[in-house]
Design a binder for this molecule. Structure first.
Ligand SMILES: Nc1ncnc2c1ncn2[C@@H]1O[C@H](COP(=O)(O)OP(=O)(O)OP(=O)(O)O)[C@@H](O)[C@H]1O
Length: 740
């Protein structure tokens, strides 16, 4: 029994050994399978699939980009094509080139796309093959696992069947030995458990891979669908492009045809023109021949022209020189005649002035002004003779007084009209005469208006200086003339220098110590004037100085005599002979004050002084008229100052100013009577102030050259003095002056 038990234990041990060997074998196989699986997994594993998938995705993206690029190009081409209709033929051809390039690129892209499609297809097949293989491997593994499980179960059943009661004894033994077996079994079971777990893990992994594969298939399908859509789009675009290309081709053909037809017609026209030109050429040939001949002829002439021109120039020069000489001769002759005529004119002028009389009396009737007011007293009492401009009628209380003067200016006479009649006198002072123009009349009769005028309408003073400037300029070739100006006021028998800085300075009239009998005023300011601006400045200064000394200029002007003394000194540039002339322009004080003022105090003194000076003026004129040996020039400052302008061959013009209104009639008549008395005076004959020697005694004289012989007939101032008679030659009617 013991043997039997030991035999059974041995059998059991051997079974166990064989079982454990088998299990180890199985384990080795399982390990191999696991290794294989992992190898397979690593071969086909996630990485490769993902890589494939990624490659496919990248490839797909690239394709998408290509497609986008192609679409963009296509759109661009479409736009270009739409603009093509407006472009010309050249642009069409450029677009066609671009289109063909795009087509080539599209073709390439399509080819590349089909290649990629093939690649995708190939890869998909490869993936499906791998899947199939993986399924097979999994199936084998599952089968193997199933077999192993079955065998493990069988072994477990066998082991369960072998555990019998007699083994109790043996069990002890077996217990000793079966512990090892048990342990081995347990180990095998543990390993088996472990392998089962591994298998489960692998299954899970496979399941995940399957899912991923499914997704990738799904994506691939999607992408394929997208590719299909793109392909369809491409196809459609290609179709459109082809259509457009075709239409463009048609257009091109049409354009070519049109251009060809046009070119043909133009060619035809050109041919026709050419024929015409040919015909013209044939007809022009003879003319051309004659032109060539002419040209040759002209060429010869041009070659000879400089010589001919030189000859002609020389000849013309000679002629011109001759003509210039002739003209010079004529000019000399004319100049000689002109100078002679000028001398004659001067003689005639002086003769005319002499015949008119040295004392001339004009009358100016001022217009009725607003200041005269209204009423019967402002009625006009003065009338004129339309046939005689020297006659004036004054009607008052039924009586008419007639006054004959040299000239009467009616109220409407202008400043210039007055000046026209006095300018001959003014020019004569350049010839060495002393001239005196004074305005006489009652206050407000227009004396200042006539002498000074207004800034816009100047009177005799400014016009006289303007005339003198132009005369000086005209004579500047023969005479070196200078014009100086002084302004003096006589108020209350006091002489005041209106151009002086010291207004309190009183001037005195003195006899020139050189024994010439000339008078001069020491300290009198003489300002040289060359232009109208100079005159205006001098007048302004005079007006200012006159105004500073009184509160009412108008009042003062009515009671003082204002004198503008213009001296003209000249030296003959040829002979060195000097001569001087003086022009006194006097605005007298109002004449109505004389003996009528009834005033007291300074007003009385004023009236007495005005009376004195105007009476003295009357006395002087009376003495002159009656040719008295003594002329009372010294009775007043006025007559003393005007002595050299009232005596000898001096020329005097009295402008009697009268008011036309009834209120002033008595003053008007008085003034006109005085004027007639003055008009009847004859002045004695004295030579003009002509010097041909240096006179140091005259304070205003200049350095003179040594005396020279005066050429006969050249200088008008060399004439002897002349006696001035009352103008019996003037033809003026002698009308009795009726007193009132
Ligand atoms: N011919 C004229 N045309 C227009 N207005 C004139 C004329 N004559 C004088 N008048 C005006 O008459 C007014 C008095 O003239 P103006 O001052 O010249 O007189 P007058 O005799 O100089 O007086 P006085 O002795 O007070 O100085 C002035 O307003 C002046 O403008």
């Amino acid at each position: 029994m013991y043997v039997c038990e030991s035999e059974s234990v041995c059998v059991r041990e051997s079974v166990c050994e064989s079982e454990s060997m088998y299990i180890g074998d199985l384990e080795g196989k399982l390990t191999d399978q696991t290794q294989k699986l992992s190898t397979l997994c690593s071969e086909l594993g996630t990485t490769d699939l993902e890589k494939h998938l990624e490659i496919l995705v990248v490839e797909n993206d690239r394709l998408k980009q290509d497609l986008n690029g192609s679409q963009l190009q296509l759109r661009h081409l479409r736009r270009s094509l739409s603009g093509c209709s407006k472009c010309d033929h050249v642009e069409n051809s450029q677009l066609r080139e671009r289109l063909s390039r795009a087509q080539v690129e599209l073709k390439k892209t399509t080819e590349h796309l089909s290649e990629l499609e093939l690649e995708v297809q190939r890869k998909t097949e490869h993936v499906s093959q791998f899947e199939q293989h993986l399924q097979d491997v999994l199936q084998g593994k599952a089968e193997m696992e199933e077999g192993l499980n079955k065998r493990i179960r069988d072994y477990q059943l066998t082991l369960a069947r072998q555990s019998t009661p007699p083994v109790k004894y043996i069990t002890k033994t077996v217990q000793v030995e079966s512990a090892k077996t048990k342990q081995a079994l347990e180990e095998a079971q543990g390993r088996n458990q472990y392998l089962q777990e591994q298998v489960a893990v692998q299954r899970q992994v496979i399941h995940e891979r399957e899912q991923q594969l499914q997704e990738s298939w799904h994506n691939t399908a999607k992408l394929q669908a997208q590719i299909m859509i793109y392909e369809a789009e491409l196809e459609r675009t290609r179709g459109e492009m082809l259509e457009e290309l075709q239409s463009m081709e048609e257009e091109k053909n049409c354009a070519i045809e049109e251009a060809f037809l046009r070119a043909q017609s133009e060619m035809k026209a050109v041919h026709e023109n050419l024929n015409g030109v040919r015909m013209n050429l044939l007809s022009v040939q003879p003319a051309l021949k004659s032109l060539t001949n002419d040209y040759n002829c002209l060429k010869h002439q041009v070659r000879d022209f400089p010589c001919l021109l030189q000859d002609a120039i020389c000849q013309t020069k000679e002629e011109i020189f001759q003509m210039v000489e002739e003209v010079k001769e004529v000019n000399r002759d004319l100049l000689h005649k002109y100078k002679r005529e000028m001398q004659l004119r001067k003689k005639c002028h002086n003769e005319l002035v002499r015949l008119r009389g040295n004392i001339r009396v004009f009358c100016r009737v001022r217009p009725i002004t607003r200041e005269d007011g209204d009423g019967p007293e402002t009625r006009g009492v003065v009338s004129f003779d339309s046939d005689d401009d020297g006659v004036l009628y004054v009607s008052y209380r039924g009586k008419t007084s007639v006054f004959e003067l040299d000239k009467v200016f009616p109220p409407h006479a202008l400043q210039n009209d007055v000046f026209q009649d006095v300018q001959a006198l003014i020019t004569s002072c350049i010839d060495g005469y002393n001239v005196c123009i004074f305005a006489y009349g009652q206050t407000g009769s227009g004396k200042t208006y006539t002498m000074e005028g207004t800034p816009k309408n100047p009177g005799i003073n400014q016009r006289a200086l303007g005339l003198l400037f132009s005369e000086v300029a005209e004579r500047s070739e023969d005479w070196d003339l200078t014009i100086t100006v002084s302004m003096v006021e006589i108020y209350n028998e006091t002489l005041r220098n209106l151009l002086s800085k010291d207004l309190n300075e009183k001037l005195e009239i003195k006899l020139n110590p050189d024994g010439s009998g000339q008078l001069y005023v020491p300290g009198l300011t003489e300002i040289r004037v060359r232009s109208v601006e100079d005159i205006n400045r001098v007048f302004e200064l005079g007006r200012l100085n006159r105004a500073t000394d009184c509160t009412n200029v108008n009042e003062r002007s009515s009671r003082s005599h204002a004198l503008l003394i213009i001296s003209i000194a000249g030296t003959n540039t040829t002979s060195g002979v000097k001569r001087t002339g003086k022009l006194n322009l006097v605005d007298l004080a109002g004449s109505e004050r004389v003996g009528k003022s009834g005033a007291e105090g300074h007003r009385l003194r004023e009236a007495q002084n005005i009376n004195k000076s105007l009476s003295a003026l009357g006395d002087v004129i009376y003495a002159l008229r009656s040719k008295q040996s003594y002329i009372p020039f010294r009775n007043s400052k006025l007559t003393y100052l005007l002595q050299d302008s009232l005596s000898g061959d001096s020329k005097t013009l009295m402008m009697v100013q009268v008011s036309p209104i009834e209120r002033s009639v008595s003053e008007t008549v008085c003034s006109l009577k005085f004027a007639q008395r003055v008009r009847s005076v004859e002045l004695g004959a004295m030579g003009r102030r002509t010097e041909n020697h240096y006179s140091p005694s005259r304070p205003d004289s200049e350095l003179e050259p040594p005396p020279v012989m005066v050429q006969p007939g050249r200088l008008s101032y060399s004439q002897p003095g002349f006696t001035v008679g009352r103008s019996s030659l003037s033809g003026r009617r002698k009308l009795p002056a009726t007193g009132m």
